[in-house]
Design a protein around this ligand. Sequence first.
Ligand code: BES
Ligand code: MN
Ligand code: ZN
Length: 503
Amino acid sequence: MINPVEIAWEFSSPATLEDEAPAPVLLVGICDDGKPALIAPLEGSETETKIAALVQAAGFEAKRGQVQIVTSNADGLPGTLVLVGLGKRDRLDRLAVERGFAQAARKLRGGEFPAVAALPALGGEDLAEAIGPIIDGFVLGGYQCATYLPESRIKEAKPVEKVVIIVQGEIDELQRLAGIAQALADGANLARDLTNAPGADLTPPTFAEEVAKLAGPAGVQAEVWKVKRIAAHDMHLLLAVGQGSAEEPRVVKLSYKPEQRTSKTVVLVGKGITFDTGGIDLKRNPESIVGMKGDKGGAAAVIATLLACTKIKPACKVIGIIPMAENSISNKAIKPGDVFPSASGKSVEVADTDAEGRLILADALAYARSLEPDCIIDLATLTGSCMVGLGPQVAGLFCNDDGLAESVLMASDIAGERLWPLPLEILYRPELESEVADLRNIGERYGDAIHAALFLHEAVGDTPWAHLDIAGPAWLDSASASYPEGATGYGVRLLGNFLLGIE
Ligand code: BES
Ligand code: MN
Ligand code: ZN
């Protein structure tokens, strides 16, 4: 990562707040009933009353997305308070806290406030819930895509350096949990850097090289497959999608092994289209083409998760398979109607060259299945259809195993990364039948997110598999109060929490 958000996390007991302010600035979440959201033992305390009085004096409405800096001369409170609007108390969740603190963290950038303190709004007994959304907010909110910016603009956006979280708990445990949260939020920022990189800078060969370079220091084993090895694995769909580009396709395989013995293996697969022009079925809408360097968001999330593994230490083996290609247009490019064999053994008629993600993923998933893992999860910026259905902030979940779906949804909840189940509807399966091959890569007009998932299902068979269509939440079209525009790093925290849930 070019510009990591390095923050020192310290912890201070609520008991000392009254005696000595742990930092000159205190961040506190406020609900729209005018009272702070606090956990025990500060909930219902004198501190709560004092903060509520400040909120009232400031006329702060505490809507989600509102942040206000106020000064205080109340005894037992620092001189400056940052009021973070969290909206309705009965709707309070991790994402509200993360976004509120992210917005505050953005406001505090620039070096004027090097050290701040923060009060947890959620969690109580659950220390991970108490500190996780605060850490996510600061690390994700402090992010800037700095690769092409001059020093002056990087300095202007210098993140807060130290955050003291005021929470009761054993210091070792708090530091351990903070380490996990920081590693995954750093991972999300790395995924953002990789996804935000222009198509000219990360082509499949340079993307693969970059990942191989990052893997060694992260304690993860990396293989980069070039064309010969890809062909030896019968990944003809991946080669086909890549053949229109001057840049060869690649497959990156990453492996993490836990220190203790384990019988469980999870394979993660990520769509790595470094740029999606649509191919001969060229994207006609200039608005839909400009963000297509973001078509490697699934790949970036899988890579960043694997690279975080030696820090978060899941108990299972984790393998990442990342197929990389540029979907370009040239006299060598695949043409609508072309038929190719695939790694699963099924032949495929390419009826639309813009439905390229499912082609490269089908080959990667067939290989993933051959490793006989306990489960496979793929992430892909796969369909505009999923965005139409679920909007820009929610990913679609397709799954052939109820137990796996439940675990993935639970991880999504913990991560604050929204996900909603969609059906592998067999009624639409006939639409993938082809006159000239085993399968066609598109169906009729409506339901493309489902058609794409059904197409992928053919490659994994009965292996427990979850497919996350992240076309919406992987990318932010314009800056919000909490995050800059561009890649969001969606999926890293979800996958990390999923892996940590495996015994
Ligand atoms: N990469 C796109 C999907 C996408 C769209 C991602 C918008 C992010 C934002 C994918 O390769 C694609 O082009 N899908 C087509 C499929 C269609 C041709 C059947 C789509 O969704 O229009
Ligand atoms: Mn496409
Ligand atoms: Zn695509």
